[in-house]
Ligand binder design. Sequence first.
Ligand SMILES: C[S@@+](CC[C@H](N)C(=O)[O-])C[C@H]1O[C@@H](n2cnc3c(N)ncnc32)[C@H](O)[C@@H]1O
Length: 478
Amino acid sequence: MQESKPPSIQMLSKKRKVLDDLEQPGRKSQAAPASQQSLNVAASDDSHFRHLYDRELDFKQLAEKDVDFAAVLQENGHLDFTEPKAVMQLTKTLLSLDFNLKLKLPDDRLCPPVPNRHNYILWLKELVDTSSYEPPGRPACGLDIGTGASCIYPLLGTTQRPSWRFVATDIDEKSLQYAKENVALNHLENRITVLGRQPEDTLIPLRGRESEKVFHIDFTMMNPPFYESEDDMLSSAQSKVRPPHSACTGAPVEMVCEGGEIAHISRMLEESLVLKEEVQWYTSMLGKARSVETLVDKLKANGIDNYAITEFIQGNKTRRWALGWSFGPMRPAEHVARVKTSGWKKVSPPVLAIEVLSLHPGRSIDHAITRINEVMRSLELLSWNWDTDARKGTGRTRENVWSRASRRKKMRDQSTSFSVLSSAAPGSDPVQCRLGFDVAVEMGVPTTTVTVHWREGHDAVMFESLAGFLQGKLKDLG
Ligand SMILES: C[S@@+](CC[C@H](N)C(=O)[O-])C[C@H]1O[C@@H](n2cnc3c(N)ncnc32)[C@H](O)[C@@H]1O
């Protein structure tokens, strides 16, 4: 086995609730808002942002901190969500207190609810982080397609990730003008580029007319116009008892497109089929569950097996979803890619984490760690590196080297001079990794588990086979 330099990986967060949302109505936040100083955070401080809206918003507390919010709060402590001015002030107040961001919005454009938009950014951070061997917070350039007047995603993304940059596009002149103002208001001109597009232009400006301006994009994001027609939008707005065309619902130019969200996301898919690995992740938010199914079918029909789905739950009623796909081999973590709630099994991507051992209290963890390393070192992997602090090892292999047939072949080769010729000398072979994986010892109460995580490659059968092999090798330790 060739021992190569370990890929630097930080412990990926364990099974936990990822996208706990939050619609603004009625939510109270007890988390302390970020102070001006603490906002200049590194990726390692992500937990601050992750838990910002875990609890319901506390309007009284917000009013104490912001006189402008106090002015729109009703005497009984409620916020009138049918009143665009009140909704807009809530957005401004949250952006200011929690992210130190300033916002200017016209009355006739969409006013983004902060917790929902924040959810998408939280998910993207984990999608980008976990689908790489680099430590969390690697530099990345995002493309926000249809950024709106607020430019909210790039503002939130750059605030939370000092190494992220954005290109923000729109086709609506008024939105573009405000988006530019909001970037300038927050002194982010050197990290966010606002780009005007025509409706007939490609959604991803890596080719053609604007190609000289945008050279590289790591991920795309999009909150597409959900509705197929203005009637569709108005009836939805009426059911929410909000004034039509208010700051809450957005203008038709923002909310309606021919074919609705499926058509818009399908455009992104078509473009991705040309650009492929030029962009690592193509993502979009969705407003309808059945659209997720339709689009996953399209991904599969195009042979795309590396994708991720998540659900944003907002209050009791409103749900949103996000879908991301990649042509690359790096896979996101299980909790990032697969929706846990029932009914999603059929559309979810293949399993990305398999528990292979459950250690009962009193059993030696060190013994399990020694065994894992013995087993892995006995295989002819491209590399195997154990991280003692994280209690986790990372392996990469070019083929199935744990099957009986493969181990028999290895023994045969070792007993003949042929083995000298056939064992790849370091650097002599074009290294093609078919499977990258982590074996992690995850401490829990009362049980500690060993889980295999799929990190790289497109072969689900090979990943499951490795997990089955390891399960067999560890089963007497349980
Ligand atoms: C639902 S709004 C989202 C605004 C903002 N991103 C948010 O989440 O609040 C959709 C936006 O997409 C823009 N849009 C529609 N078609 C577009 C296209 N072909 N290219 C870029 N933006 C487009 C609209 O003008 C609108 O600002």
